[in-house]
Write a protein that binds this ligand. Sequence first.
Ligand code: ATP
Ligand code: MG
Length: 176
Amino acid sequence: MVLAWLTRMVASPPVTASSDSPGRTRSLGAALAAHLQPGDVVLVSGELGAGKTVLVQGMAAALGVVEPVTSPTFALLHEHQGTRLRLLHADAWRLSSPAEAVDLALAEEVGDGRTALVVEWGELAAAALPGDHLRILIEPGQGEEDRTLHLFLMGPSWEGRRDVLLAGLPTAGGPG
Ligand SMILES: Nc1ncnc2c1ncn2[C@@H]1O[C@H](COP(=O)(O)OP(=O)(O)OP(=O)(O)O)[C@@H](O)[C@H]1O
Ligand SMILES: [Mg+2]
């Protein structure tokens, strides 16, 4: 199971938040976006329909993106200009190999000082992307609209944001 695997892999416990509606997941995305910086890479995992795109919609709206945000099914990569950051939105489900992510120059693009990258099905592209990143796993809960978001802070730049994330995601908790 992905959660058990991730928990074993990282030293520090995830920050967790719960959602009981798409609107709540959008709010969590918005709260997260407030802490996004140029160069950030966010990998979002979860089964089909988990709410990965809904989370990205909340992030984009908070960054001032006005156009609709949808899964980058055909384009592989959507580019959204926000007021403070450019948001690149990829869907690794469509990538035939992590090398394809490198071909798309995602890691390079995200180093331009004004861009953050979010990748749905991010675990599939992780090998081609920087080790310092945020991993978010969205798990379904008991009720149809219940979700738990586990935020794994991979690397020093994200570990350094643990306290602000805990303060900024109102329902966040978890050990540590
Ligand atoms: N708490 C919730 N958070 C997010 N979405 C929810 C929630 N409850 C119900 N939903 C519904 O689940 C669906 C999530 O769709 P979304 O496209 O975001 O999934 P996805 O993880 O991106 O799927 P895919 O792997 O196909 O890209 C939407 O129809 C949304 O309304
Ligand atoms: Mg999606």
